[in-house]
Ligand binder design. Structure first.
Ligand SMILES: C[S@@+](CC[C@H](N)C(=O)[O-])C[C@H]1O[C@@H](n2cnc3c(N)ncnc32)[C@H](O)[C@@H]1O
Length: 382
């Protein structure tokens, strides 16, 4: 047994023991060892939000330890524009955390002979796992970045499988291979492209990370019905994937000039709406999908901070002094964003603080909406 085989077996055993890797997926994980897919240059975000390159040839043991740990590894920054001597700003591709990969594959509920379309080839590892389970002829994967697609093709060939790797925009799906039994996205969407629904057979499943500008971390499992509508429940809220390229959430900066804002106070702590409880931030985001937010720590290194919300020309901020029960609010622009956030949070509280799994998503040709318990009960939007 080579060192790689032993390390892969240990990871697979750990995932099995943790209950995240069902026996039916063990063979695929053993057949597609992760080290074949992780590039020789990966990126660390240890340095205060800046990403720095780490090279396999500089420290092979550290590289290998990372490959066989249950952690995601950043494999591309800034769409490949930053050289590996530079400082990366945005994560644009990664090989996902093995336990998340196993959980998603399990939730996809594939059976022998099914055809699968994957959106977001990345390194090709997930496509290799699908091909090992279903046969390479049943797997098509799409990657928007031509360089990544080419690298994945080579890694897949080295691993002895050759599913179809398409270079293109996954938002369009891949009509020539349709209809698919399953569509799995490994990049997050704010709007599920209707092409995925149109290219999935009746009764087929679409599994995709889903989020809003406010909250990114949900996973939804949709089933396509006879009316060409896909609907289903959110099945997880702990998977923060990078966005599909065309659906990246904005990252607005606080304005330099706060003059002219309407001032008030609130007793609702921003942590309650956007930090303490994933179910709350999911629900607030579902009601206010275009509102992005940010926490900015006070300069003095203490526990005080400002919570910011942004949408179009509107912004709001809440200054939180550690230990205080009332906080200063400033709101500016056509929308009163903190007022909207409070209302969305109160709605969630009045509904009995429902967990994310009680929410669902419906995707029709013309629109998508989030509902609570039943498609007949859309979440009110702000
Ligand atoms: C988390 S990575 C995917 C991990 C991958 N499944 C693996 O096994 O390594 C997300 C990938 O989605 C790709 N992506 C982003 N937008 C896309 C789009 N519109 N179409 C296809 N791929 C896209 C990114 O370039 C990135 O490689």
């Amino acid at each position: 047994m080579t060192e790689y085989t032993a390390l892969n077996r240990r990871l697979v055993d750990e995932l099995s023991a943790a209950g995240v890797l069902p026996d039916r997926w063990r063979g695929a994980f053993l057949a597609a060892p992760r080290h074949l897919f992780v590039p020789g240059v990966v990126w660390d975000d240890a340095d205060g939000g800046v990403l720095t390159a780490r090279r396999r040839d500089e420290d092979p043991a550290a590289w290998l330890a990372a490959v066989y740990a249950d952690e995601a590894i950043v494999t591309q920054v800034d769409d490949g524009a930053t050289p590996d001597t530079g400082a990366g700003r945005r994560i644009t591709s990664s090989i996902s955390k093995p336990s998340i990969v196993a959980m998603m594959l399990d939730r996809l509920q594939v059976e022998a002979g099914m055809s699968v379309l994957e959106i977001g080839t990345g390194t090709g590892w997930n496509a290799a796992l699908l091909a090992a389970r279903l046969g390479e002829q049943n797997v098509t994967t799409i990657e928007v970045d031509a360089e990544l697609a080419e690298r994945a093709r080579k890694a897949l060939a080295e691993a002895g499988v050759s599913p179809a790797v398409v270079t293109g925009d996954g938002a369009d799906g891949h009509a020539p291979g349709a209809p698919y039994d399953r569509v799995i996205a490994t990049a997050a969407v704010q709007e599920v492209p209707y092409s995925w629904v149109a290219q999935t057979r009746l009764g087929g499943v679409i599994l995709t990370p889903w989020g809003t500008a406010f909250d990114n971390g949900a996973l939804v499992r949709l089933v396509v019905d006879e009316h060409g509508v896909a609907h289903g429940r959110f099945v997880d809220n702990t998977v923060a994937f990078m966005w599909l390229r065309a659906q990246r959430a904005p990252r607005p900066a606080p304005p330099a000039d706060l003059a002219g804002a309407a001032e008030s106070t609130t007793t609702l702590h921003p942590d309650a709406v956007a930090w303490d409880d994933l179910n709350a931030s999911f629900a607030v985001g579902a009601g206010l999908p275009d509102v992005s937010r940010r926490f900015v720590d006070a300069d003095d290194g203490g526990d005080d901070f400002t919570f910011w919300a942004f949408a179009g020309a509107s912004w709001a901020c809440v200054d939180v002094t550690d230990g205080a029960s009332t906080h200063r609010v400033r709101q500016h622009g056509p929308r009163s964003l903190w007022t909207e956030i409070e209302a969305a949070y109160r709605w969630w509280e009045e509904k009995g603080r429902p967990v994310t799994g009680r929410f669902g998503l419906a995707v029709t040709r013309d629109r998508q909406y989030v509902y609570l318990d039943s498609p007949d009960d859309p979440v009110p939007s702000g």
